[in-house]
Write a protein that binds this ligand. Structure first.
Ligand code: XMP
Length: 516
């Protein structure tokens, strides 16, 4: 695969945000590559030298035994370094500073004052909001460093070395809550690293297509379509890479939303002209989920059965040895520890962690390093219809993870009906593009209500609507009260067996977007 000349090396110390950093850099049209923190300085010199190096955050404390360190020579290469959070603490330590547990731990939004608006913080207002997430902080930096910004708890929120082009920020410029994060990356890339900016969406497409060709050679590929933008882009990339050797299959697992199967068939057959086979496997999925209440168990069973169904279907396709999936980066990071970093496992997304080891296919995952908005841009560039590009994401395990407790045909019908109302009212209010996801969750509790003159004892439905750019962090959507009122009264009136509707006002983290 061709590697672009101009790139930034992101040295990963086990941050949840390493890929987010890479994507922020790509957003500014510079290619970024994530490398292990153990990468020797020699590798970053000479022919494939990066124009800049980012040291990520990480869960360790720099003084803890076995805390990951980088080759100290990296800081003396003369290549500009942006060291974030743990990375900053490490860089300061390696260059003679003093790191210790901060007087107050800082998590979340914090006000920062800019002390020096030269290069890195150029154009950043004197007071700005940054996102902090640390226990330790740099205490003293010695005469070699200059403070650039401070917060109430952290007098060294941003620093720069006086002679080497080494910058440190204690906050996280890569998350959207750091209001000026984009500008800080832009300053780093264009003012400090002198980037030319040659990386475009077209490069992502070319790279993905070349990657698929190289991986599958002359074998056939089966693509699992879910109806969402991720699998649609995967199918189109696959089609571009191997043409008619790509066969698309849509599994109706019975866990879909209202009208979903029909919409998928119409779009892919009629609008995009792909060869598409629909498999009706609803009964088998329901059977596999019978009596299961544990969320991880649900995901694993669905994942296994999904692969079984695929394997059966694919037998009929000569030469098919690969399965193409639209796994995105956020699915990967929250399931396994990517790049060997010590990232914590949160939940198994079914198209990643739930796959059995003896998978009869090689996996083709061209979107594995990408975020939703990057995939959407690719979709537009590949000619996907806008409504598909902007469709809200829907989890692989479908409504099964929105029916808390046992998944039965009846409970699925309940959540499906409530979900249709939520989405319809969001659309009617013109809010579809303002929320990233909106859905209903059937809770495993009954509560008392009164209908007419009688007492009811029925299920509760939670409504969840979130805003987010990247699905790694999310906020609950401030839906207008009238919209919530309509959703609530329609669900209670129209969906049998529900007498209470609640609105979920939790952010991610610490909650997740889905309830399971
Ligand atoms: P969470 O709940 O982890 O969700 O905050 C983040 C995003 O991922 C979607 N999601 C999934 N997508 N397979 C998928 O393809 C899955 O198993 C899965 N689980 C969650 C979720 O809807 C949200 O957009």
């Amino acid at each position: 695969m061709s590697v672009p000349q101009e790139f930034v090396a992101v040295l990963d110390f086990g941050s949840q945000y390493a890929q987010l950093i890479a994507r922020r850099i790509r957003e500014h049209e510079v290619y970024a590559e994530i490398l292990p923190h153990t990468t020797p300085a020699a590798q970053l010199r000479g022919g494939r030298a990066p124009i800049g190096i980012v040291l990520t955050g990480g869960p360790a404390s720099v003084y803890a035994e076995g805390a990951p360190r980088c080759d100290p020579e990296i800081l003396r290469l003369g290549v500009p370094v942006l060291a974030i959070c743990y990375g900053m603490q490490l860089a300061c330590l390696l260059l003679g500073g003093d790191v210790r547990p901060a007087a107050g731990r800082e998590f979340g939004r914090t006000r920062a004052r800019v002390l020096d608006a030269a290069d890195l913080l150029e154009g950043v207002p004197a007071e700005t909001t940054v996102w902090m997430s640390h226990g330790d902080a740099v205490d003293r930096v010695g005469a070699d460093f200059r403070p650039l910004a401070a917060t109430d708890n952290c007098p060294l929120a941003a620093v720069r070395h006086r002679s080497a082009p080494v910058y440190g920020v204690q906050f996280h410029p890569e998350v959207t809550h750091t209001v000026e994060g984009g500008r800080i990356f832009r300053n780093f890339l264009y003012r400090i690293c002198r980037a030319r900016g040659e990386w475009r969406t077209a490069s992502l497409i070319e790279r993905a297509v070349a990657g698929i060709r190289e991986q599958v050679k002359d074998a056939g590929v089966v693509c699992g379509l879910s109806g969402g933008v991720d699998s649609a882009v995967t199918a189109l990339l696959g089609h571009r890479a191997v043409g008619e050797r790509l066969a698309s299959i849509f599994v109706d697992n019975g866990l879909l939303r209202v009208g979903e199967r029909e919409a998928v068939e119409k779009t892919f057959r009629e609008a995009l002209g792909l060869r598409l086979r629909t498999v009706d496997a609803a009964e088998r999925f329901l059977e596999a989920l019978r009596g299961v209440t544990d969320p991880e168990e649900k995901r694993t069973r669905i994942g296994h059965l999904f692969v079984d169904v695929f394997a059966e279907e694919a037998r009929g396709i000569p030469g098919a040895r690969f399965l193409a999936q639209g796994t995105l980066y956020p699915d990967v990071i929250e399931s396994v520890s990517a790049h060997g970093g010590p990232t914590a496992r949160i939940k198994t997304h079914h198209n990643v962690g739930g796959l059995p080891a003896a998978l009869p296919f090689g996996l083709v995952e061209p979107l594995r390093d990408l975020f939703k908005d990057e995939v959407r841009r690719m979709g537009t560039a590949l000619g996907l219809p806008e409504d598909l590009v902007w469709r809200h994401p829907f989890p692989g395990p479908g409504l099964a993870v929105r029916v808390l407790g046992e998944v039965t045909r009846e409970r699925l019908a309940t959540v499906r009906a409530a979900d249709a109302i939520v989405r319809e009212e969001i659309r009617r209010a013109g809010l579809e593009r303002h929320v990233a996801q909106a859905f209903a969750v059937l809770l495993p509790v009954a509560s008392v209500g009164v209908m007419g003159d009688g007492r009811t004892y029925e299920a509760a439905v939670a409504v969840r609507a979130v805003t987010t750019d990247d699905f790694m962090t999310a906020d609950w959507a401030r839906l207008p009260a009238e919209v919530l009122a309509t959703i609530s009264s329609r669900i209670i009136n129209e969906v049998r067996g529900v007498n209470r509707v609640v609105y979920d006002v939790s952010t991610k983290p610490p909650s997740t977007i889905e309830w399971e």
